[in-house]
Design a protein around this ligand. Structure first.
Ligand SMILES: *Cc1c(COP(=O)(O)O)cnc(C)c1O
Length: 397
């Protein structure tokens, strides 16, 4: 089986580039050049150096002793939370700004929901002295003020999107519109394995450093290169795509993704795209998405702002369809419980997104000999207010 993108940008029936004529020039330029750039010695050297000296890679692979004893198996945590800016998102923005520079671009645009991708983009723009414009739904601007202020301090213009529900999907539409109007000097840094070809493949390759490191780190620590399980949360799917990448062809490695079920898949207040969605085109890609019978996007819900996207990367839609990937919905409540458990057992406060992956430890029956790699996509600093409110709520019950 081939789980990678084909010539035309498809994973099985998913993916492609359903773009308006006016965007053809931008996408075509990127499609023609991204692999040559990424395979060039200059790019490889610079990317590796920045990941090492600026981001702080390799991120540790940590044997979680108390958690392993608790679940009676062997749990290794891949610490993407220790990266500069607090999550895996910086791997992608560093890579894309290097590609943008090779393409001769001087201006960067991005969309952001919770602000994590916006901050990672504003960070690399400061690092490279490039102009940066971040589109953000006006509702999210209000909800995520600390990240808005971070982006501004880093020198980015944050433009509130006032259309639709004023959240991530609307910000993405505004960013696409900007790109159509500025095809020559601007590169659009998409924050996940979504959007038109070649973005899903390009972002997965940039994030694949995660599984590349897992392989040699696991070998060093256990003598084995391949775990029995790799488990990650899935919003658009970039941290999962990176953690799965080098294990896709190894059928004995179970690849498990946690989707945000919100209040539960049956309640309608959910972001579990693969469970309530159907095929359709969102942001220029044919994938699974949450839509009404007449094709209107249904607004997703999750306690974690980073997972409430109404679509999912086309590669995950394909891995789900072919059963190479196992995807499970995880509710807000399960994720929160998992976050507190990880904190108490290992002294690690996770991002709410990442906590969705850890909730699956409750559900899967592991063997004592199994090696389980958990991708901890980000740290919990940004979610402290939510955690504090939950603790207050517990005390007053
Ligand atoms: C943005 C984000 C996610 C979700 O994005 P993916 O593309 O699915 O990885 C997950 N975890 C953290 C910490 C994030 O910031």
């Amino acid at each position: 089986m081939n789980y990678h993108v084909n010539e035309k940008g498809f994973y099985g029936g998913f993916g492609g580039a359903y773009i308006p004529e006016m965007m053809y020039q931008n996408i075509e330029e990127l499609r023609e050049k991204y692999l040559d750039i990424m395979n060039s010695a200059t790019f490889k050297t610079e990317f590796a150096q920045l990941l090492r000296n600026y981001v702080g890679r390799p991120s540790p692979l940590y044997y979680a002793k108390r958690m392993s004893a608790h679940y009676k198996t062997n749990i290794y945590i891949k610490r993407e939370d220790l990266n500069h800016t607090g999550s895996h998102k910086i791997n992608n923005t560093i890579g894309q700004i290097l590609i943008a520079r090779q393409l001769g671009k001087t201006r960067i645009i991005a969309e952001t929901g919770a602000g994590q991708h916006g901050v990672a983009t504003a960070t690399v723009c400061a690092l490279f002295g490039m102009k940066c414009v971040v589109y953000m739904g006006s509702l999210d601007v209000k909800r995520q003020m600390p990240n808005v202020l971070r982006m501004k301090m880093l020198g980015a213009d944050v433009i509130p999107a006032e259309s639709g529900n004023k959240t991530l999907k609307d910000a993405t539409n505004e960013a696409l519109r900007d790109w159509i109007n500025n095809p020559l000097d601007t590169h659009y840094i998409i924050g996940s394995v979504v959007g038109p070809h070649p973005y899903p493949d390009m972002v997965a390759r940039l994030q694949s450093v995660i599984s590349e490191e897992i392989r040699w780190q696991l070998k060093e620590q256990t003598g084995r290169e391949k775990p029995d399980y790799v488990i990650a949360c899935v919003g658009g799917g970039s941290n999962a795509a990176g953690a799965f990448y080098h294990f896709l062809e190894a059928d004995e490695v179970k690849l498990v993704g946690a989707e945000a079920a919100g209040l539960g898949v049956e309640t309608g207040e959910t972001a579990a795209t693969l469970f309530v969605g159907s095929p359709g085109v969102l942001h220029s890609s044919l994938t699974m998405l949450m839509q009404t019978a007449d094709g209107q996007i249904i607004e997703p819900y999750s306690i974690s702002a980073g997972l409430d996207y109404p679509g999912i990367g086309p590669q995950h839609a394909y891995l789900h369809k072919t059963h190479r990937g196992i995807y499970q919905p995880v509710t807000d409540k399960e994720a929160v419980d998992a976050a507190f458990k990880l904190t108490k057992l290992e002294g690690i406060i996770p991002a709410l997104e990442s906590a969705h992956a850890f909730a699956l430890l409750e559900r899967i029956k592991f063997k004592p000999s199994d090696i389980v790699v958990m991708n901890l996509s980000g740290r919990g600093d940004k979610d402290m207010q939510t955690y504090i409110d939950l603790m207050k709520h517990e005390q007053t019950k």
